[in-house]
Design a protein around this ligand. Structure first.
Ligand SMILES: [Zn+2]
Length: 367
């Protein structure tokens, strides 16, 4: 969110998979369909859009997940009572239209499970999540542009690679990669994040507009973890990676008396969204930690320089020299490096006359 987030060249393949999942799941919910209708001939057009997708889906349904075939999960959904099917179909229509939640007057977002029978919900959830865990990892039946293909379709590894390369901030081959959410290092083990968690909304498990690659620190508890990205079904006070991006309005402000930084927004109307994002990712404390660590690093540089000066009987640093050191460091900061915004905030905070004076006396007291 601190950095721009955009769809990647293979996002249309994920869109196509999302459409197939919806089409299949809605068909399972048709009143006339029961488990016996699910067969390779039974999935052919017009049930699915193409024979390639029907054949891929039939192969996919043969896979075993948690000791049961995915076919048996699909049969459980198809064999549900008509009222449960109608509930699930309504829920799917709302969840699939997640983009409308970011338009004026959205329909209420469902915050309760659409299926009350635990075993049926688990069957639906396992089936939908398997499209991500097994289908996507093994390869979808689509080329990058969404055209059905019987072989060589887009896989999880292709998506990760496309997301990484198209979100690199520097074209230098060995440059560090940056997390789009927090602006910190992307790290060696980035995670594919489901912005809206897939355990509660498994229909969105392969939705291109629900996926992004972020650093493991952002993704894991006590940061994002399994937290919701809405307030009891309202997205009004929330950014969204694609539908309501924080990039451009999200900013880092320093709070000089506390010598800390705060996740903030450039407009008053976006301020609640910045606050929610901080609740989700603990940006204030994470950014402040980096702010203080970077300060300590520069303080150490100046302390050692001052020691060398004293050892060679030179004069101590003046406030003007400290300011000049900060300004040179600021001028050398690189926008494509991790934590660039935090470092800019630190450079600005340190140039406040009261901070320069404080730093000057700290330097004297440490030597
Ligand atoms: Zn991050």
């Amino acid at each position: 969110m601190l950095k721009p987030i955009h769809r990647v060249n293979c996002s249309p393949a994920l869109d196509a998979c999302q459409r197939m999942m919806q089409r299949f799941a809605l068909w399972l919910c048709s009143p006339a369909i029961t488990g016996v209708n699910i067969s390779q001939p039974g999935l052919q057009p017009p049930v699915l859009a193409s024979a390639i997708e029907a054949n891929w889906l039939w192969g996919f349904l043969q896979r075993i997940e948690g000791g049961q075939s995915l076919l048996s999960r699909a049969q459980m959904v198809a064999n549900m009572a008509p009222a449960q099917k109608a509930n699930l179909a309504n829920w799917m229509q709302t969840v699939a239209a997640v983009a409308t939640q970011f338009q004026p007057a959205p329909v209420p977002w469902p915050i309760y499970r659409p299926i009350t029978t635990d075993s049926n919900w688990k069957a639906f959830k396992a089936l939908m999540e398997a499209f991500y865990e097994k289908g996507f990892r093994g390869g979808l039946p689509y080329l990058a542009d969404g055209t059905p293909t019987a072989a060589g379709g887009v896989s999880y590894a292709d998506y990760v690679s496309a997301f990484r390369s198209s979100h690199r901030l520097s074209s230098a081959p060995h440059s560090r990669e940056v997390c789009v959410l927090c602006g910190g290092p992307l790290g060696d083990t980035p995670h594919v994040d489901h912005w809206i968690i897939k355990s509660a909304f498994p229909l969105l498990s392969v939705c291109a507009d629900n996926l992004q690659l972020i650093c493991s620190t952002c993704n894991e508890a006590p940061n994002k973890g399994d937290k919701p990205v809405h307030s009891a079904g309202s997205f009004a006070d929330w950014f969204h990676p694609y539908f309501r991006p924080g990039n451009g309005t999200l900013q880092i402000a320093y709070v000089l008396p506390e010598f800390a930084v705060r996740c903030s927004a450039s407009t008053i109307t976006d301020e609640p969204k910045a606050e929610k994002l901080d609740t989700l990712l603990n940006l204030n404390s994470r950014w402040t930690r980096e702010f203080k660590a970077e300060y300590a690093k520069h303080q150490d540089v100046l302390i050692r320089r001052e020691q060398r000066r004293l050892q060679s009987a030179q004069a101590r640093h003046t406030q003007v020299e400290i300011l000049s050191y900060i300004q040179q460091w600021q001028a050398d900061l690189t926008a494509s490096e991790p934590h660039h915004e935090v470092h800019l905030a630190l450079a600005a905070a340190l140039q406040e006359p009261s901070r320069i004076a404080a730093w000057h006396s700290e330097l004297a007291s440490k030597n």
